[in-house]
Design a protein around this ligand. Structure first.
Ligand code: SF4
Ligand code: SF4
Length: 81
């Protein structure tokens, strides 16, 4: 399984899609009714471009996700199942 990047809690309520614009493989998705956006771990190429694009520091490499938000790794992956 790829390492992947993960969108965490700060996206909720912000969701401005800045990350979508910079992703070279278009792997960040979410419907209008979803609370946040999600990164497809199967498509993400770990380029890191989305990290600095996010105004609220919601995006982390899977290995760097803060302890309190670890469950967001599964939340992102499960969105695409
Ligand atoms: S790390 Fe790169 S490929 Fe993965 S979601 Fe962010 S911008 Fe897209
Ligand atoms: S840039 Fe950050 S806050 Fe905006 S949609 Fe992406 S993850 Fe959410």
């Amino acid at each position: 399984m790829a390492v992947g990047y993960v969108i965490t809690e700060p996206c909720i309520g912000t969701k401005d899609k800045s990350c979508v614009d910079v992703c070279p493989v278009d792997c960040i998705h979410g419907a209008e009714t979803d609370p946040q956006l999600y990164i497809d771990p199967e498509v993400c190429i770990d380029c890191g471009a989305c990290v600095s694009a996010c105004p609220v520091e919601a995006i982390y490499a899977d290995s760097d996700v803060p302890e309190t938000w670890k469950h967001y790794t599964a939340i992102n992956a499960d969105y695409f199942k």
